[in-house]
Design a protein around this ligand. Structure first.
Ligand SMILES: [Zn+2]
Length: 233
C-alpha cells in the first residue's frame, strides 16, 4: 500500500512541481535530451555519421521509442509513405547539415541507399497529422528516421522549413524541447506556448515562434549545447 501511494505522489508531482522549478537561464540540462545517453552508447565514440534524403516514393515502418529512446514490443509503429523531396529542399537540408558539421566534432556523409544511413530523412504529406515531424527509429533501433510533414504548418506558413528541419535534426543530435520537464529539467516554463515559454529565437527546439521572425539556423544557445554534447569541430 505504501509503495502504491508513493508511486501516485511521484507520478502526480511533475506538472505541479516542475513548473516552478524550470531554470530561469538557459543551461545545459534544459536542452540535453534523455535519449542522448543511448545515442552515445550506440555510437561508441564514432564521429562519422551517414544520412540519406528520400527522393523517391517509398514506404517506411517507423517506430516511436520512449523518451529515453528505448523501443519495446509496445512502442507505437506507423507506416509512412514518403512524399519525395524537391531537389531544392534536399539542397537546403544539406546546407544545414554542412553548417552544423562545421561547428561540432561529428562529420556527416551523404549515402545513396537508405539502408546505409544512420539518419534517413523522409518527407511525407498529411494535412490531418497533429505533428509537423518527428524523430523515429527502425524496429531494431539502429537507424533514425527523421520524418518531416510537408503538408502541415509548413504548407500554411506557420512554420518555416529551416525551423522544422533544424528542430528535428536537433532531436536527432540529442536536443529536447526546452519546456519538456519529463526528465526533471526545463527552461523558463513547462507550458510550451505561455508568455514565459522559450521561443524559437532562443532555441529552435521551442514550439513558440520567435517575435523576430523564423530562425535561419540553430541559435547560439543550441550551438553551445551541441558543442557541449559532441565537442567542437
Ligand atoms: Zn520536437
Amino acid at each position: 500500500m505504501r509503495s502504491l501511494i508513493l508511486a501516485t505522489l511521484i507520478a502526480a508531482s511533475p506538472s505541479a512541481a516542475w513548473a516552478n522549478h524550470c531554470a530561469t537561464r538557459p543551461n545545459l540540462e534544459a536542452l540535453v535530451a534523455p535519449w542522448n545517453k543511448a545515442d552515445k552508447i550506440f555510437l561508441d565514440g564514432r564521429t562519422d555519421i551517414t544520412y540519406y534524403f528520400e527522393m523517391k516514393p517509398r514506404s517506411y515502418q517507423v517506430v516511436y521509442g520512449d523518451y529515453t529512446g528505448k523501443i519495446t514490443s509496445l512502442s507505437p509503429v506507423e507506416e509512412i509513405r514518403s512524399d519525395p523531396f524537391y531537389p531544392d529542399e534536399r539542397k537546403l537540408g544539406i546546407e544545414l547539415i554542412k553548417a552544423t558539421d562545421r561547428l561540432i566534432a561529428l562529420d556527416f556523409h551523404e549515402v545513396n541507399r537508405p539502408k546505409d544511413a544512420d539518419l534517413v530523412i523522409i518527407g511525407y504529406c498529411n494535412k490531418n497529422d497533429h505533428k509537423e515531424g518527428a524523430i523515429t527509429q527502425n524496429k531494431d533501433g539502429t537507424q533514425y528516421f527523421m520524418i518531416l510533414n510537408g503538408c502541415g504548418a509548413i504548407a500554411t506558413g506557420a512554420m518555416s522549413p529551416i525551423w522544422l528541419f533544424t528542430h528535428e535534426f536537433g532531436h536527432a543530435l540529442g536536443l529536447e524541447h526546452p519546456f519538456d520537464g519529463a526528465d526533471g529539467d526545463c527552461l523558463f516554463d513547462d507550458r510550451p506556448r505561455s508568455a514565459e515559454a522559450a521561443h524559437a529565437g532562443q532555441t529552435v527546439m521551442a514550439y513558440k515562434p520567435s517575435p523576430g521572425g523564423p530562425p535561419h539556423f540553430f541559435t547560439e544557445y543550441d550551438i553551445w549545447v551541441l558543442r557541449k554534447i559532441w565537442g567542437s569541430e
